[in-house]
Design a protein around this ligand. Structure first.
Ligand code: ZN
Ligand code: ZN
Length: 105
């Protein structure tokens, strides 16, 4: 992402521009995660609480995104099949037009 003020390229998770100090507004968007059990503040990507060891929801979220990925792979596969089918249709049309079948027969 880029600084709104000076246009400098920043890290995706930069809270403010290190050149001019302009806030990126990312802080408001990032949700703070708290432990369900003891209420200690956790890192966004923490899999478990460092205080009590309680598991966070991160892992199940990752599972969901994995399932999504699998679904996407399936739809990509479908897309490939469609393209192949289309190519075969084009080839058949082309072969018909150029008398390919007559040449064979
Ligand atoms: Zn800046
Ligand atoms: Zn905890």
């Amino acid at each position: 992402m880029f600084c709104r003020k000076c246009g400098l390229e920043l890290f995706d998770n930069a809270k403010s521009c290190f050149e001019c100090g302009e806030k990126t507004g990312i802080e408001g968007r990032m949700k703070t995660v708290f432990c369900r059990k003891c209420g200690v503040e956790l890192f966004d990507n923490a899999k478990s609480c460092p205080e009590c060891g309680e598991q966070t929801d991160i892992e199940s979220n990752a599972q969901t995104s994995k399932e999504k990925e699998a679904q996407e792979t399936r739809s990509t596969f479908k897309g490939v099949l469609m393209v192949v089918g289309l190519l075969i249709a084009i080839w058949l049309t082309y072969a018909g037009l150029t008398g390919f079948w007559r040449a064979l027969g």
